[in-house]
Design a protein around this ligand. Structure first.
Ligand code: ADP
Ligand code: MG
Length: 540
């Protein structure tokens, strides 16, 4: 048992020793492992540290680069801004110089126009203005026999104002290459130009009317081209009177009258008076549209045109009504216009088949004081002495006679001292210039048309004879030219207002009108004479 016990104790001791050994071995291996782990951690930490260092260095490097880039970009933007500002300044400079050049161009253009006007005045040229009206709904309505394709062609626009002095016409015929024809006039109005714009160029002529010149404005063109619109304004349905509702639409005749009365209102009162006559030339007959029957009703009376001993044309017994303001004039002329003979043609339903001549006679009175001396010129006035008529209209006679009906010596002296000069404004709305075939008329209307054609060719012949300075000018070939003899022959500043329909359908007629205008423009009649007050003879 003791032996057993010793052996067991030994064994226990051995086991215990072995266990201790084992534990010792185990502990040391853990320590070693820990040691290794710590070493690794230390290394990791070290590399982490160096990585962090590297990272911060890199960050600093990169942020520096970024900063440089940002600075460079900012500088770039600043440069661009400066460049932009430079460009803006340059653009502004260019704009300013463009404006200056445009202004200078406009001034030069005006100067050239003024010079051209003086030249026209010196040569006694006929001014020709051309107005192209807009395309209108009735331009589409072609004859029934015309195919749809051609009809579409018909309403195509072929006449344009390429600038304010040039008309361009596209001439094309089937199977032929189209060609552009160019026509030049003193002024060309495009289809959007207003009645105001047209009148603005006419107004200066009215100033010269009061300065002692005769003036004649006539509208030429085919039916439906805008003659009546231009001269009177838009017409009411079936009525040839003024539609005064919209003043901006009024044509040359009412505006010219307003302007004449405006100019007169600036002169000494009583020094001017205005008489009106309205005449129609229909089938080569002259009708007085203001003549009244014994009941005072207006009706057209046939009159004749004669040549006076002084070689002037005159219509004896023509009714001359004195008017004192523009509305009196409009009222009177509207009444006369109701009588204007009309006949519908295929071209336009309200075409006028007659020539209309509205004449304003302005009598200027010199009461013997110094008023009007600017008009005096001895040589011319001696010659014109004969022209001066000494008949006063009723209203003036009433003013100059005393209530007892006999003139006192003082009044007689005053009347003797009083001198007067007449100037004349003729406003003409010609009948349509189209050819017979175009309108498709027959019978009585054909007769009308042939009279119109004859009178318009007589007009062209007269201008041709003046242009060629022929000794005989055939004024008496038609009543129209006989009536307008003085104005055509160089006694008046003459303005022809060509009216043009822009559609392909009217190409032939438009080219004919433009040709008429071009020929008229070349006529040189010698300087238009100014009317002067007669100078009292030296013996007096
Ligand atoms: P004409 O007297 O030459 O026969 P009108 O003056 O009667 O022609 O014009 C024909 C039509 O065209 C009318 O209905 C008129 O109102 C219109 N018209 C003419 N010219 C113009 C224009 N410039 N602007 C607008 N309408 C116009
Ligand atoms: Mg007309």
């Amino acid at each position: 048992y003791q032996g057993w016990a010793v052996r067991s104790t030994n064994e226990v001791l051995q086991l215990y020793a072995a266990h201790g050994q084992q534990q010792k071995v185990q502990r040391s291996s853990v320590v070693t492992q820990l040691h290794r782990a710590i070493k690794r951690l230390k290394q990791d930490l070290k590399s982490l540290h160096s990585f962090a260092l590297e990272l911060s260095k890199d960050f600093r490097r990169q942020s520096k680069t970024c900063l440089y880039q940002v600075l460079a970009a900012v500088q770039g933007i600043q440069l661009q801004n400066e460049a932009m500002q430079m460009f803006q300044i340059k653009a502004f400079d260019l704009e300013q110089s463009l404006q200056e050049v445009t202004e200078r161009y406009e001034k030069e253009k005006q100067k050239r126009r003024a010079l051209h006007n003086s030249l026209i005045e010196l040569r006694g040229n006929i001014r020709v203005h051309c107005r192209i009206r807009p395309l209108l709904p009735f331009d589409d309505a072609a004859g029934q026999s015309i195919s749809q394709d051609r009809q579409r062609n018909f309403s195509e626009k072929v006449a344009y104002a390429s600038d304010d002095e040039t008309v361009l016409v596209k001439c094309s015929r089937p199977g032929h290459a189209s060609i552009n024809k160019i026509f030049q006039f003193e002024r060309v109005y495009n289809d959007s130009e207003s009645q105001d714009a047209v009148f603005a160029d006419v107004a200066p002529l009215l100033t010269s009317l009061l300065d002692g010149y005769n003036v004649c404005i006539m509208a030429y063109g085919q039916t439906g081209s805008g003659k009546t619109y231009t001269m009177l304004g838009p017409q009411l349905e079936g009525n040839c009177a003024f539609s005064i509702e919209d003043e901006s639409e009024l044509g040359i005749i009412p505006r010219a009258t307003q302007e004449v009365f405006r100019l007169i209102s600036e002169k000494p009162p009583g020094s001017y008076w205005v008489e009106v006559s309205v005449v129609e030339v229909y089938n080569n007959e002259i009708f007085d549209l203001l003549a009244k029957d014994s009941y005072g009703k207006v009706f057209g009376v046939k009159r004749d045109v004669v040549t006076t001993r002084e070689g002037k044309s005159d219509v004896p017994l023509l009714t001359q009504e004195t008017v004192e303001n523009a509305s009196e004039f409009l009222h009177l002329v509207s009444k006369g216009l109701q009588l204007r003979v009309q006949h519908p043609t295929l071209v336009h339903a309200h075409s006028s088949r007659s020539h209309l001549v509205v004449t304003l006679t302005i009598t200027t009175v010199d009461f013997g004081d110094n008023f009007g001396t600017s008009w005096e010129d001895e040589q011319t006035s001696q010659r014109l002495n004969k022209e001066v008529s000494c008949t006063f209209p009723q209203k003036m006679r009433d003013k100059s006679t005393s209530s007892s009906g006999t003139s006192s010596p003082v009044q007689l002296e005053a009347t003797e001292k009083m001198k007067q000069v007449k100037t004349r404004l003729q406003l003409v709305d010609l009948a349509g210039s189209e050819c017979v075939g175009m309108s498709g008329v027959t019978g009585a209307a054909l007769r009308e048309t042939s009279f119109i054609n004859r009178s318009l060719s007589a007009l062209a012949d007269v201008l041709g004879a003046i242009a060629e300075q022929r000794s005989h000018v055939p004024y008496r070939n038609s009543k129209l030219t006989h009536l307008l003899q003085d104005s055509l022959g160089g006694d008046a500043k003459l303005l022809v207002m060509l009216c043009i329909s822009p559609g392909q359908k009217y190409l032939t007629e438009s080219v004919q009108s433009l040709g008429f205008g071009t020929r008229a423009r070349q006529v040189q009649r010698g300087q238009v004479k100014k009317k002067y007050f007669p100078v009292p003879s030296k013996a007096k």
